[in-house]
Design a protein around this ligand. Structure first.
Ligand code: NAD
Length: 479
C-alpha cells in the first residue's frame, strides 16, 4: 500500500498533524491507501517554500523554464502505464481510457505550455511623443484546485501555465483521486524542478482548499469543480481581490438535426453520453433529436447503449468502469429515482451493476430516459454520471429554448450538414464551447470555459498565460 505524501519545498513529506483520510478503489469499494488530511499549517509551510522560490523561478529564462517543463512531459510519457493504472485505481475509469486520454493529455499540457511561453509576447502602443509597452509579469504564489473526474489531466492543465508564466504554485488535487498528483511530485523531483517552485497539499476541500482560497499571500486561484464550491471560493476570494478563474458544472445539450451524418453522429453520441462513465464536464446529457429521425435514433441509441460492457476497469473490453465514489454513486442513482418520479421512462439501464467478483464496486448501467419536460430537475440539474435524456423537437427556435433553458452554459454539440443553420445555432447557444459534427475535439490554443453558472474566465493557450500574469503599462516620453 502506497501512502501518499505532500510535496513541499522539493520534498515528499507527511502532513504535520499526522492525519490521513481513507482512499477507495471504486472498482472494489475497498480502502486501498491513505491520503494526507492536511491542515492550515501544511498550507503555510508550502506558502513559505513557494515565496522563497519565487524570485529565482520568475527570473529563470523562459528557455530554461521550458526545458524543465519539457523534461517533466517526457517523464510523464515514459511512465504512461504506471500513471494510467494509478488513475484507473483512484477513479474507476477504464485503464485503456487513461492510457489513451488522461495521461497523454497531462504530458501534452506540460509540453504545450513549455512551448507557448516561448511564443508569448506583450503589446506596444506608440503615441507621437511617447511609447507605451506592456509588461506581463508573473503574479507570485498562485493556487490551483482541481476535481476528481480527469485528475491528472485537469491538475496539469492549471499547474503547467502557472509555472510557465513564472509563478510558484500551491496545488490541491481532489482528495478523492490524489494518486497521480503524488506520482507527478516524484517526477518533478526526478526532473530537477527547483525546490518550492511547485507544492502539492493533499486533503479535504473545506480545510485545504478553503485555506488556499483565503491565504493572503496566494494571489490567484484557478479552480475547476462544482458550481457550489466555485461560488464559495468567489465569496471568500472576491473581497480580497484575488484573480479568479472558475471552471464549473455543466448540463450540455446535444442537438441532432435530421440532415446529420447519421452514423458518425450515432458513434459520437454514444461516446459523448457515456465516456468516463458520463463524468466529463463536456458530456452531452440532454439529447434533442429532430422529430423525423427521433424513432430511428431512439431504437439505434438504445441498442448501442445496451451493448456497452460495464465492468472492472482493467478489462480492455469494458466501456464503462466504476463511478468515482460511494457518495457519487448514491447521487447518480438518486437522480434516476427523481427522473422516474418526474414521469420519465427508463429506456436502457436505470440500475446499478454488480460485476462478478467486484460486487461491492460502484457500477451503474448506462441509462437513457425519455418522456421528461425540458425544465424538470432531471433536465436542469447536473447529474454527472452515465445518465442522459432524449427528447424530440420540431423547430430551431424550440430546441434553442430547450438548450438554453438551464443555469449552465459550458458546451454544446450540434449535428447538421446545413452550414447556415450550424452557424446560426452556434451564435445563439449559451455556451463557451460549441462543437459542430464532432465532440471533445480539442486544440489547446483555443479559449476554454463556460458562461452563466458554468464559469468565469477562460483557460487554454495565451488566455491561461494572461490569467497567470499581470499586465503593467510603461509609458516613456521621447526625449
Ligand atoms: P467539487 O467542487 O466538489 O471539488 C473540486 C475541488 O474543490 C476539490 O479539490 C475539492 O476538495 C475542492 N473544494 C471543496 N470544497 C472547497 C472549499 N470550500 N474551498 C476550496 N476548495 C474546495 O467538484 P468535484 O465533485 O471534485 O468535481 C465534479 C464537478 O467538477 C462537476 O460539477 C463538474 O462539472 C465539474 N467540472 C468542471 C469542469 C470544467 O472545465 N468546467 C471540468 C471538470 C469537472
Amino acid at each position: 500500500m502506497q501512502t501518499i505524501q505532500n510535496y513541499i519545498g522539493g520534498k515528499l513529506v507527511a502532513p504535520a498533524g499526522g492525519n490521513y483520510l481513507d482512499l477507495y478503489d471504486p472498482a472494489t469499494g475497498q480502502v486501498y491507501s491513505k491520503v494526507p488530511d492536511s491542515d492550515a499549517g501544511d498550507v503555510e509551510r508550502a506558502v513559505i517554500a513557494a515565496r522563497k522560490a519565487f524570485p529565482a523561478w520568475s527570473a529563470t529564462s523562459v528557455d530554461n523554464r521550458a526545458r524543465i517543463m519539457e523534461r517533466i512531459a517526457d517523464f510523464i510519457e515514459a511512465k504512461l502505464d504506471k500513471l494510467a493504472e494509478a488513475e484507473s485505481l483512484d477513479n474507476g475509469k477504464p485503464v485503456w481510457l487513461a492510457k489513451q486520454v488522461d495521461i497523454p493529455r497531462a504530458s501534452a499540457n506540460f509540453r504545450f505550455f513549455a512551448r507557448a511561453i516561448t511564443q508569448f509576447s506583450s503589446q506596444a502602443h506608440e503615441m507621437t511623443d511617447a511609447i507605451n509597452y506592456t509588461l506581463r509579469q508573473p503574479l507570485g504564489v498562485v493556487g490551483t484546485i482541481s476535481p476528481w473526474n480527469l485528475p491528472l489531466y485537469l491538475f496539469t492543465w492549471k499547474v503547467a501555465p502557472a509555472l510557465a508564466a513564472g509563478n510558484t504554485v500551491i496545488a490541491k488535487p481532489s482528495e478523492v483521486t490524489p494518486l497521480t498528483a503524488y506520482l507527478l511530485a516524484e517526477i518533478c523531483v526526478e526532473a530537477g524542478l527547483p525546490p518550492g517552485v511547485f507544492n502539492i497539499i493533499h486533503g479535504d476541500g473545506a480545510k485545504v482548499g478553503a485555506e488556499i482560497t483565503r491565504h493572503p499571500a496566494i494571489k490567484a486561484i484557478s479552480f475547476t469543480g462544482s458550481t457550489r464550491v466555485g461560488a464559495e471560493i468567489a465569496r471568500v476570494a472576491a473581497p480580497v481581490f484575488k484573480k479568479l478563474s472558475l471552471e464549473m458544472g455543466g448540463k450540455n445539450p446535444n442537438i441532432i438535426f435530421a440532415d446529420c451524418d447519421y452514423e458518425r453522429m450515432l458513434d459520437t453520441t454514444v461516446r459523448s453520453s457515456f465516456a468516463n462513465q458520463g463524468q466529463i464536464c463536456l458530456c452531452g446529457s440532454r439529447i434533442f433529436v429532430e422529430r423525423p429521425i427521433y424513432e430511428r435514433f431512439k431504437a439505434d441509441f438504445i441498442a448501442r447503449t445496451k451493448a456497452l460492457k460495464v465492468g472492472h476497469p482493467s478489462d480492455d473490453s469494458v466501456k464503462l468502469g466504476a463511478v468515482v465514489s460511494k457518495p457519487h454513486y448514491d447521487k447518480v442513482l438518486s437522480y434516476i429515482e427523481i427522473a422516474k418520479e418526474e414521469g420519465g421512462t427508463i429506456l436502457a439501464g436505470g440500475h446499478a451493476v454488480h460485476p462478478q467478483g467486484f460486487e461491492n464496486g460502484w457500477y451503474i448501467a448506462p441509462t437513457i430516459i425519455e418522456g421528461l419536460s425540458a425544465d424538470c430537475r432531471t433536465n436542469t440539474e447536473e447529474i454527472f454520471g452515465p445518465v442522459v435524456t432524449i427528447m424530440p423537437f420540431d423547430t430551431e427556435a424550440e430546441v434553442l429554448d430547450y438548450a438554453n433553458g438551464t443555469d449552465y452554459g459550458l458546451s454544446c454539440t450540434i449535428w447538421t450538414e446545413h452550414l447556415s443553420r450550424a452557424n446560426r445555432m452556434a451564435k445563439e447557444i449559451h455556451a463557451g464551447i460549441v462543437w459542430v459534427n464532432t465532440w471533445l475535439q480539442r486544440d489547446l490554443r483555443t479559449p476554454f470555459g463556460g458562461v452563466k453558472n458554468s464559469g468565469v474566465g477562460r483557460e487554454g493557450g495565451f488566455e491561461a498565460l494572461r490569467f497567470f500574469t499581470e499586465a503593467k503599462n510603461v509609458c516613456i516620453r521621447y526625449g
